[in-house]
Design a protein around this ligand. Sequence first.
Ligand SMILES: [Ca+2]
Ligand SMILES: [Ca+2]
Length: 223
Amino acid sequence: MPTLTHGRCARTSMAALSVAGLALFGVSGSAEAAPVPFRIEVTFESIAFPRLDDCDLYSCPWAEMYGSLYGQTVKGGQTLSSTVRNIGQWGNDCQNTGWQDNKRPTCPVWVKEDGQGAGGTYKFADRLMCTAQSYKACTGAYRKANHRAVLSVNPGESIKVAVHAKDLDTGSSDDDICFASKTIGSLDAVKLASLDVHDEFGQGFNGDGACRLRFHLKTVGPA
Ligand SMILES: [Ca+2]
Ligand SMILES: [Ca+2]
């Protein structure tokens, strides 16, 4: 592609040079200086809850979770692009389901603290999630293996992976059980060309939950 572009500019320059040679060099130069974006695949791998507490009078190491996962490009404190995966549906109070169930994808999902019954590490590939542009509404159907998203990232930008998950409560407002993010970057062209990063982040115990989320960033090509 660079060769074709350059060739096209070269042919144009032969025709236009006699009219406005210096101006043409200016246009050609700015085109070549434009940053080259890279395609970076974000994989939301898993979430675990080292601690959950959903009771007032005695320990209840579980929660009825719903929430959103975010893969974003950011620069200078501004979010440039955002792709979202929703688990359950914010504001939808209905009977919870199991992590791998195919029923009631818009309802909260039952999660347990590490080491409690079926609790442990929950893989996002196994959970019905919908693609979205915000936590508010899906833009696609709920499906499993919907845990990857591709971002277009320019040199100088950073990649932010974030999660906001809540525990549904009746009789009181819902609790944050995983509200955290991690930013990788800024990333230059050399790093973006061969990015392959496994990382994790989470939330310390806030009285309702503590969490740990694992993710993977990998270059899959030029944009
Ligand atoms: Ca609660
Ligand atoms: Ca609850």
